[in-house]
Design a protein. Structure first.
Length: 128
């Protein structure tokens, strides 16, 4: 059973970020859920800052739940890959979960799924 603690952060570009900490099968994880529509690089830099902060606090395993993300653009992909490098540099791992079909198609087309594990469900991502 997962233990959860959550909080939410928003920026001026209408993207909110929800954070939940949990534990599954003895493994700690942090679930980061961006929601809404982010316009431009600043919103995505905000997400990278949140992910890096969480990696410093809980470095084991970060999962980005993309289910509530309305769209993705090149900034999205750049910042997700950048965040993955930061998390790995701190000794942790990053995974992506539940992308909407158009976001998943873009991730796969550009090869992001070869750099960051991509899961169809939160359960699969949590199990890792």
């Amino acid at each position: 059973m997962a233990q959860k603690m959550s909080r939410s952060v928003s920026d001026e570009n209408r993207m909110s970020v929800s954070i939940q900490n949990g534990k599954h099968a003895g493994r700690s994880y942090t679930l980061v859920t961006p929601a809404g529509r982010a316009a431009g690089a600043e919103a995505w830099k905000h997400l990278t800052t949140v992910l890096a902060d969480q990696a410093r606090r809980h470095p084991q395993y970060l999962i980005v739940d993309l289910a509530q993300l309305e769209s993705a653009d090149p900034h999205t992909l750049h910042e997700l890959v950048r965040a993955s490098h930061i998390v790995r540099g701190l000794g942790g791992g990053l995974a992506l979960a539940c992308p909407r079909p158009q976001v998943e198609a873009l991730l796969r087309h550009l090869g992001v799924d070869r750099l960051i594990p991509l899961y169809g469900s939160l359960g699969e991502a949590i199990a890792g």
